[in-house]
Design a protein around this ligand. Structure first.
Ligand code: SF4
Ligand code: SF4
Length: 380
């Protein structure tokens, strides 16, 4: 049975955070259970984009610094790495405050640059992941709790998609991103291909709404930890109050019978009880209504039940970042306009995630608007 520890923690003030993380890890056996002297320990924070810590887009640098300090006390050699979705690693590390945290803790930054193929036994026969991630003796996963336009939530499992380096992310989106179930399966297989020793989830200030890059920070005041990212995500989902039917990764983990994918397979420890957020986390605008429908129906209903990205001419500067990142090349730019090909678009929302100007809005069809109105009326 997996153990997930919960700890209240209201701020990133260093002393407070240190005490909280020590208390968080105590029911799991403390940091010494995961790290032995001389091991090369890779910390994998969420470094999606170069945003300041208060934007809640990335794992807070104070948490990175605190965990790095604990690993060093246990005798580990600390490396901190990721492959950002937006921007260059050095810039992202500097703007998020993670570079300063790494320097303050005497650790080393390692951009995920090189890759290695490993055998897999699932959606793909081989997976190509960051060499720096595969070569570490121990990986400690440091995700941020955020809503996510495509996958509803991003926590421990989704954070490990950062082990896919640079443009390969878009290629995998193209192959597996046409179906949320398929993409959820891929995320779980990446998480299983190179198991992480420990996941510590930053839910002190989480994100709701249009995450993972454009949502609203939400004070939750919680830290979660466990040796299974699947189990940590199961508990994190409960904390957000988001219905299980809207969570593709959690549903797929259950469908595959993975350990820690249901609450009765998890022993909760630490500061209890587990109290779901009230009100529940605000959902992203981009969630479509086709998730959960039989696969053969989706191609027919996709255009009616999924919104389509469209550029706000007031904000779009036609920089081309979204076009270059779009997995199926559904975006074209002319001299003064951006167009999205509805037939090609797989609704992965990479464009909305990556646009630095938050210029991509959602165009909703009549059927989707009627259904949303119907749901709102039923809920009221
Ligand atoms: S929508 Fe955003 S990323 Fe795309 S071209 Fe416009 S400003 Fe650039
Ligand atoms: S247009 Fe945006 S949502 Fe559609 S496939 Fe391209 S990146 Fe994904």
């Amino acid at each position: 049975m997996a153990t997930v520890s919960l700890q209240h923690c209201d701020s990133y003030e260093q002393h407070n955070l240190h005490e909280s993380i020590v208390a968080l890890l105590a029911p799991l056996g403390g940091i010494g259970r995961f790290v032995t002297a001389g091991q090369r320990v890779l910390l994998k924070p969420n470094m999606l984009a170069g945003k300041p810590p208060e934007a809640a887009v990335t794992t807070h640098p104070a948490l990175v610094q605190t965990v790095a300090g604990l690993v060093k006390e246990a005798g580990g050699i600390v490396l901190v790495g990721d492959s950002p979705g937006i921007g260059l690693f050095e810039q992202v590390a500097r703007k998020t405050g993670i570079k300063a945290a790494v320097e303050a803790s005497g650790s080393t930054l390692v951009p995920f640059d090189r890759t290695r193929q490993i055998a897999a036994d699932g959606i793909f026969r081989r997976l190509e992941l960051a060499e720096e991630y595969l070569a570490a003796d121990v990986v400690i996963n440091l995700p941020k709790l955020k809503t996510h336009e495509m996958m509803t939530l991003t926590c421990g499992v989704k954070n490990l998609y950062g082990a896919v380096v640079g443009p390969a992310k878009a290629a995998l989106h193209l192959t597996a991103g046409r179906s949320k179930e398929l993409f959820a399966g891929l995320l779980l297989e990446i998480a299983q291909a190179r198991p992480v020793a420990l996941t510590i989830l930053d839910g002190i200030v989480a994100m709701e709404g249009n995450g993972p890059n454009s949502g609203t920070p939400r004070q939750l005041g919680m830290l979660l930890a466990g040796d299974s990212p699947v189990a940590v995500d199961t508990v994190a989902a409960q904390l957000t109050g988001i219905p299980h039917r809207l969570l593709p990764v959690e549903q797929e983990a259950q469908r595959r019978g993975l350990s820690g994918s249901t609450m009765d397979q998890i022993r909760l420890a630490g500061e209890l009880p587990l109290v779901p957020a009230d009100p529940p986390f605000v959902l992203p605008d981009g969630l479509d209504l086709q998730f959960g429908l039989p696969g053969f129906i989706k191609p027919f209903l996709r255009d009616s039940l999924s919104p389509l990205p469209c550029a706000d001419p007031q904000r779009c500067v036609l920089c081309g970042i979204c076009r270059d990142a779009c997995p199926p090349q559904a975006i074209t730019l002319t001299k003064n306009a951006l167009k999205v090909d509805s037939g090609r678009c797989i609704r992965c929302w990479c464009c909305r995630e990556l646009c630095p100007h938050h210029a991509l809005l959602l165009k909703k069809g009549v059927a989707l608007k009627i259904l949303e109105r119907y749901r709102a009326l039923r809920a009221s």
